[in-house]
Design a protein around this ligand. Sequence first.
Ligand code: TYD
Length: 227
Amino acid sequence: MSLFLTFEGPEGSGKSTQARLLYESLHARRFPVVLVREPGGTRIGDLIRRIVLDLQHTEMAPTTETLLFSAARAQLVSEVIRPYLEQGGIVLCDRYADSTYAYQGYGLGRDLAELRVITNAATGGLRPDITVYLDLSAEEGLERKRRKRQGLPPVEQRAVPVEWNRLDARELAYHERVESGYRELISADPARWHVFDARLSIESLAAQIEAVVEPYLATIRTLEATP
Ligand code: TYD
């Protein structure tokens, strides 16, 4: 068996910190685990990331943006995610297809049915087993990210470097559409999504997320157990 877990949430929700903590914990317990982020996670994907998030690329058409995220995802699925799952490993992915539905679909108003077709082509239909959602209002998330970027005192919990990208720079209304889009995605598939309050402490969130993952671990062979 394998496990494919994705992290989703608005900007500044602390998902990258939680993804890293879960990775470190599973790695220390000798589970075969890999952590990747979108867009990126491969050499080609990192190049696409630079194009799609560059603040200077203000002329980028929504279709271009959608296809670039999907191209980075196609590469990540074929180069890393699928092979690792086929070996019985655990893949942790910081953002995945739900980000496209939330940001390009609900945020930019792209047709959701069309996004599903594009996403299926990019992923070969690969869906996560579990999705962890760190819940924070769009306003609070952007404020956290802004403070971090300006080097202001840490009123929030992200322990990773913060970049301010083309998509962060979009107006608050856009981020609010993304947030309510996530709510629709969650209510359409509640069994897959595990929602946590992103304002809880780093430690408490990490413990709660690990508790969700725990039952799945019984089916994963640890590195010692591999012949
Ligand atoms: P990043 O700096 O990784 O932000 P975060 O820490 O919030 O994940 O930038 C990723 C940005 O790309 C973020 O604003 C969400 C956006 N995005 C999309 O719009 N569509 C997508 O399909 C993906 C994967 C990300």
